[in-house]
Design a protein around this ligand. Structure first.
Ligand SMILES: Cc1cc2nc3c(=O)[nH]c(=O)nc-3n(C[C@H](O)[C@H](O)[C@H](O)COP(=O)(O)O)c2cc1C
Length: 207
């Protein structure tokens, strides 16, 4: 049955093996707490799992436990799907989904998506977003950037994705790292049509 406007959002969150697992954790917490969101499909690459263990000390034998370990809440609306399961619902354009965010996004995942390589659930779901003209946000984390990265960014941009590098801002005087991460994630949520009251908005400065 077609989704009605009154129903909540369904968002895919992809986590790859780029530094910045803390961004994914903050985004999942905010999506979990947002009453406008009905379902979150979490897909983590093998390198992403390694990152979660390295940067957040989160490692689980049973993927079903990953959402609650990451958010520190029951996380009932977040479902973790195995990256190997290319038969999951989100691998099909017929699934009712609103958008996908890859956060953090590795240069490798960017390259796969830019090339239309869809040989795991994360890259297949991203490919589906592009073909179905759904919002796809890639929070790339790599520096410096080589020519291949730059060309891949242009390719995914031209195919309909938004390249949103994981770059914190400084112009509002962040108080600490959590503040920087949260403000970046508020910008991601704004891109998804889920604006947050606490997002800092520049009101002009001294010339
Ligand atoms: C600790 C650690 C940090 C990494 N950080 C980055 C990074 O910031 N950006 C990046 O593009 N790759 C990074 N990598 C390399 C990727 O994890 C690697 O290219 C991997 O194959 C990406 O696979 P995936 O896109 O399927 O997650 C990192 C690897 C490790 C182990």
């Amino acid at each position: 049955m077609a989704k009605t406007i009154a129903e909540g959002r369904s968002i895919i969150v992809g986590v790859t093996g780029a530094s910045g697992a803390i961004y994914a954790q903050a985004l999942l917490r905010m999506l979990d707490a947002d009453s406008r969101v009905e379902r979150v499909h979490l897909v983590v690459s093998d390198a992403g799992l390694r990152l979660l263990a390295t940067e957040l000390n989160v490692a689980v034998a049973d993927g079903k436990k990953l959402p609650s370990r990451l958010t520190g809440t029951p996380a009932h609306k977040i479902e973790c799907l195995p990256n190997k399961d290319i038969g999951a619902s989100i691998a099909s354009g017929s699934a009712t989904l609103d958008a996908m965010v890859v956060i953090p996004c590795s240069a490798g995942a960017l390259g796969a998506i830019a090339s239309g390589i869809a040989n795991d659930l994360l890259t297949r779901a991203a490919d589906v977003c592009l073909k179905e003209r759904r919002p796809l946000l890639l929070c790339l984390r790599e520096t410096p950037l080589n020519r291949i990265h730059l060309e891949n960014m242009l390719r995914v941009h031209d195919a309909g994705a938004t390249v949103m590098p994981a770059m914190p801002a400084f112009y509002y005087g962040p108080s600490d790292i959590d503040d920087m991460i949260e403000q970046f994630v508020y910008r991601v949520l704004a891109q998804l049509g889920l604006p947050q009251q606490k997002q800092y908005r520049w009101k002009g400065g001294k010339s």
